[in-house]
Design a protein around this ligand. Structure first.
Ligand code: DON
Length: 580
């Protein structure tokens, strides 16, 4: 589909929406002004809680707390251990977002360690000779990789927010990399899916085929080079990764595989600290990810649209219909407006304002789907559950919600020889060709076009929720479905569910294009599907499950700490450590 025709469809859709009858909002709900919960809380949690996608990471994080570390120190430990034991999902060669809450001051900080585009990544570089998107370049090898951000986040967390040195907080990751850990099913299956690409690269072969064949469940997987790279980071900070030996090896291997990075691009990488998106939803104060994530703006739009209705009073079909219509509109705005705020002017205030949400709400029909397009959309690819999220709260009320990634399964597939660093394939999150969907079926235009030094738009949505009596941190992997996973989690907490129930909740998703509701098998009963179809929705309930939500909660009323780790993945673990 040509971008221009899609853009004109957008404008038509906007016009159609404006003439649709307004839905009379629920009077009680509409009149209710949400209390904005204060940022600080009297008292403190009775201990610490961590939920992550791998038990080794959760346990190591709790050890860091026991050793006198705070939530930020534990975040360094959990993040680095995940980088070792979940190479399929995230790592030093990737990036991430770390949402931080300072328990003492109540301040929230968004640490943006997203990868950036190298200068060589011009839009033309990703087109084949017919002018189509070169999917191989976008997904595999050096051209798919942005300059990594995760190591810089670890250094910033330790130097500015932690109490312990990197030597201590990185020690578990170094040990596990050197001594190895047991291969589990996701690693084995993911490798089999990605092996053809991965085995193109000598560094990947040396690591993954060290014993002659691919990693198998139960085998011990060792990464001695990665242990040394982590030691360099612990000893020299940024210089251990972005300058010197490791940097030179990255430059040489990117070049050897036909890509182009410069020493200046590596040495110049810097994390950004940004103001989170903050908005009220009913009794909650929601604190979440700003651009270059699309998650916070989308959540603000969706939840503020929904606040106008008393969702709990509706039957499942009408509740789902309204949530889907709100999702549809938020993902449309994602496509058009969102990109790296250092490069494009993102209308954050407008998109997150209650008035804008009221305008969107007025375009939603009570029981008729708004068609996303006049033409059928692209089929949504099935999500692989890569990327990883962890949530932490400590006894001082400090909190971390962090989502980190190398993008697709095992990122670019390319391990830099001698470093253990697996490069990401995050460049695919740019709109490499305007209007052409990426691996997650989402597309973009100028705001998210690649440009030297620019961060690619993300859906990663680490989020905090504060109410007068409850405090939570949550987030998830799932590509473009991350935002709706977090949304379903927020609605679950608002319904009074526990952390574990929130992690288990069945999911559904709509991303404007394709114009279809994707649903997990347990999300809707047959009557609800039928009712949604009668309203004009297409429901695809046959996609299997997705996501891997990790959340912690402090219930201040009962002074209880709890965690929820997604039951879809048995490797995860939520654990609580009460203060002696
Ligand atoms: O930043 C993003 O939105 C994506 N790179 C996240 C990728 C992801 O969640 C992969 N898992 N399905």
């Amino acid at each position: 589909m040509k971008p221009i025709s899609r853009l004109s469809q957008l404008l038509m859709l906007a016009l159609v929406c404006l003439v649709l009858p307004a839905y009379a909002a629920d009077k009680h709900a509409a009149g209710k002004t949400a209390k904005v919960t204060p940022a600080t809380h009297a008292g403190h949690p009775p201990g610490a809680a961590i939920a992550s996608a791998h038990a080794l990471a959760t346990d190591a994080g709790l050890q860091t707390i026991k050793a006198g570390g705070n939530a930020f120190d534990a975040a360094v430990t959990v993040s680095s251990v995940l980088s070792v034991v979940e190479p399929i999902s995230s790592g030093l060669g990737g990036g991430g977002f770390f949402l931080l809450h300072d328990g003492k001051t109540g301040k929230d900080i968004f640490l943006d360690a997203r990868e950036i585009a190298p200068k060589s990544a011009t839009p033309q570089a990703y087109l084949d000779k017919n002018g189509d998107l070169d999917v191989n370049r976008a997904h595999n090898g050096p051209w798919s990789a942005g300059i990594p951000g995760l190591p810089a986040a670890l250094v910033r967390l330790a130097n500015k927010y932690g109490k312990l040195p990197l030597k201590t907080t990185l020690a578990p990751a170094i040990r596990i990399a050197r001594e190895g850990f047991p291969v589990y099913l996701r690693l084995e299956k993911g490798y089999a899916q990605r092996s053809k690409v991965m085995e193109r690269y000598p560094g990947t072969r040396a690591l993954y085929l060290a014993d002659g064949d691919p990693p198998k469940v139960g085998e011990v997987f060792k990464q001695a080079d990665l242990a040394r790279t982590l030691e360099g980071l612990a000893d020299k900070g940024l210089d251990g990764f972005y300058r010197g030996n490791v940097a030179n090896k990255m430059l040489a291997s990117v070049k050897a595989e036909g890509g182009e990075w410069t020493a200046r691009e590596l040495a110049g990488y810097a994390v950004r600290e940004r103001e989170p998106i903050v908005f009220p939803y009913r009794d909650w104060r929601i604190v979440t990810a700003p651009p270059p994530s699309s998650g916070g703006i989308a959540l603000a739009e969706i939840l503020q649209v929904l606040e106008g209705w008393g969702l709990s009073k509706l039957d499942a079909a009408h509740r789902t219909h309204l949530v889907v219509e709100a999702m549809r509109r938020a993902y449309r705005d994602r496509t058009i407006y969102l990109g790296d705020p250092d490069f494009v002017k993102v209308p954050v205030a407008r998109l997150t304002s209650p008035d804008y949400a009221a305008g969107l709400r007025a375009t939603i029909h009570p029981d008729k789907a708004t068609p996303s397009d006049l033409l059928p959309g692209q089929p949504a690819p099935l999500e692989d559950d890569e990327t990883t999220h962890f949530s932490i709260i400590d006894a001082d009320g400090n909190m971390v919600a962090a989502t980190q990634t190398v993008n697709l399964l095992y990122g670019s597939g390319m391990v830099v020889p001698g470093t253990g660093v697996l490069l990401n394939d995050e460049m695919d999150d740019f709109a490499l060709k305007p209007g052409t969907p990426n691996a997650f079926g989402v597309m973009g235009f100028a705001a998210n076009a690649p440009e030297a030094g620019k961060r690619m738009l993300s859906s990663m949505t680490p989020t905090f929720m504060f109410s007068p009596d409850r405090v939570t941190a949550l987030g998830a992997p799932g590509g473009s479905r991350i935002i709706t996973e977090v949304l379903v989690g927020i609605l679950g907490y608002d319904d009074g569910l526990t952390a574990q129930q929130v992690a288990a909740l069945p999911r559904y998703h709509h991303q404007w294009m394709p114009d279809v509701i994707s649903a997990e098998p347990d999300a809707f009963d047959a009557d609800t599907i039928q009712a949604l179809e009668a309203m004009g929705h297409e429901v695809n309930a046959g996609e299997g499950t997705w996501g891997n939500l990790q959340t912690v909660e402090w219930d201040r009323d009962t002074d209880t700490l709890s965690g929820g780790s997604d039951p879809r993945h048995p490797d995860g673990k939520a654990a609580v450590l009460l203060q002696p």
